[in-house]
Write a protein that binds this ligand. Structure first.
Ligand SMILES: [Fe+2]
Length: 412
């Protein structure tokens, strides 16, 4: 791996490398956030609310449209069709394949409509209907089946700091609105404090509506399970991504890009490790950009290393991962390239560790793997990665849209 450009920054001194926009971000104003929060869809009615689009496997042809109703109801469907300049043509209709009562809720129901046989790199308009009540008209774009460039957002840890979480969501909507190449969002886990608490999930789900851009553009979410997300609600909310009691899978986002999502809340060895070894062996020769994401860090900036270090890091090194995304620490960090527990220009870079609203901690800046050219800091943030033929560009965007860190990776 060659480092084309590095911007190492020191804690508390990275206010702004470059401003993406000269405008004041409206979500920094509490009144604006409150007004947008009041406009979220009411829950506990027969109408749809808490909409989200979920990606797991094959996002070029599949997506799951999911929502909540406050009554069981019977007439649920998603109408959808390819977006056209002459207005919405919702020619297709699908009934949710899976509906049910959320565990420990107050009579709220989940609905999952799994759309398939979609066309790649195509924008679909869709509208959710429950008992004759319709959601706003929204749209999302499927992943490519060719080698065109695109962007994803990454971020984790939204369990507390509810106002800041709303602000980061509005930031994500804004980044999405002005960028047709930005097509999805991978959440690194710890959505809420207690995974068995419906009321906390319900607040998170309603606030997730703030990630929808004003045009109606939705960023499909690729979910990761965090240590605060235990219990059945996670699978009810995200349609059991990667399978029951597994929640690990890989997303072939394009022919040249694969993201492997792992679960640090079950054994990192055994079956999951065997699956990871086989998956990386299969994917590495096929893709230019191979990434992994999971919640508890192997190279933490705050806590001690999770089991990922023992069971997964040797595989990441064997298969030369292009980037590994971690959460859980509530800081901003980018390690030096690591191989065999040492800084090595051929090694693996680990970034993270969660800033979607949760109060930030102080990184332990004396750890060897956070020294220059790595970095560590603390601020609410979202990571944005651009996948292109010649490079993969990593950036950390703060609430005021300034960049806290960036790095360009070249193909291995
Ligand atoms: Fe965590």
């Amino acid at each position: 791996m060659k480092l084309k450009a590095l911007f190492p920054l020191t804690l508390l001194f990275f206010s702004s490398l470059s401003s993406v926009s000269g405008e004041q971000a409206p979500w920094l104003d509490k009144d604006y956030l409150d007004e947008r929060t009041r406009q979220l869809a009411p829950t506990r009615t027969a109408a749809p609310s808490q909409w989200r689009v979920i990606w797991t496997k094959e996002p070029s042809t599949r997506a799951t449209v999911s929502w909540t109703t406050g009554k069981k109801g019977s007439g649920h469907r998603v109408r959808y069709g390819v977006r056209s300049s002459s207005g919405p043509k919702l020619t297709e209709s699908i009934v949710p394949q899976r509906s049910g009562a959320y565990s420990s809720a107050n009579g709220e129901y989940f609905h999952h409509a799994r759309l398939s046989e979609l066309s790649p790199s195509t924008t679909y308009d869709f509208q959710i209907e429950s008992e004759g009540n319709r959601s706003p008209l929204m749209h999302f774009t499927t992943a490519p089946a060719d080698d065109r460039s695109f962007r994803l957002l990454f971020g984790g840890d939204s369990r507390t700091g509810i106002n800041a979480r709303g602000q980061v969501n509005l930031l994500m909507a804004d980044l999405s609105e002005k960028d047709d190449e930005l097509i999805g969002f991978a959440h690194g886990g710890d959505y809420i404090v207690s995974g068995r608490n419906w009321s906390q999930w319900s607040t998170w789900l309603s606030q997730h509506e703030l990630t929808v851009a004003k045009s109606g553009k939705v960023l499909p979410i690729i979910p990761t399970r965090g240590n605060h997300d235990g219990g059945p609600l996670y699978d009810e909310i995200f349609d059991t991504p990667g399978g029951k009691e597994k929640n690990y899978f890989f997303t072939r986002i394009s022919p040249e890009v694969a993201l492997v999502t792992l679960n640090t809340e079950i054994s990192a060895g055994g079956e999951q490790r065997s699956w990871l070894a086989q998956t990386l062996a299969d994917l590495r020769p096929e893709v230019r950009w191979l990434l992994a994401e999971y919640h508890r860090p192997a190279w933490p900036a705050v806590k001690s290393p999770g089991a990922a270090k023992k069971f997964w890091v040797p595989l990441f090194e064997k298969y030369n991962m292009d980037l590994v995304v971690e959460s859980d620490g509530h800081v901003i960090k980018r390690t030096v390239p690591i191989r065999n527990e040492k800084k090595d220009p051929t090694g693996i870079v680990y970034v993270g560790e969660g800033g979607l609203g949760v109060p930030q901690r102080s990184p332990k800046t004396d750890r060897w793997y956070l020294q220059k050219p790595g970095m560590a800091g603390a601020d609410h943030h979202v990571m944005r990665i651009t996948f292109a033929k010649k490079s993969m560009d990593y950036e950390v965007v703060l609430l005021d849209q300034s960049k806290a860190d960036s790095m360009t990776f070249l193909p291995r």
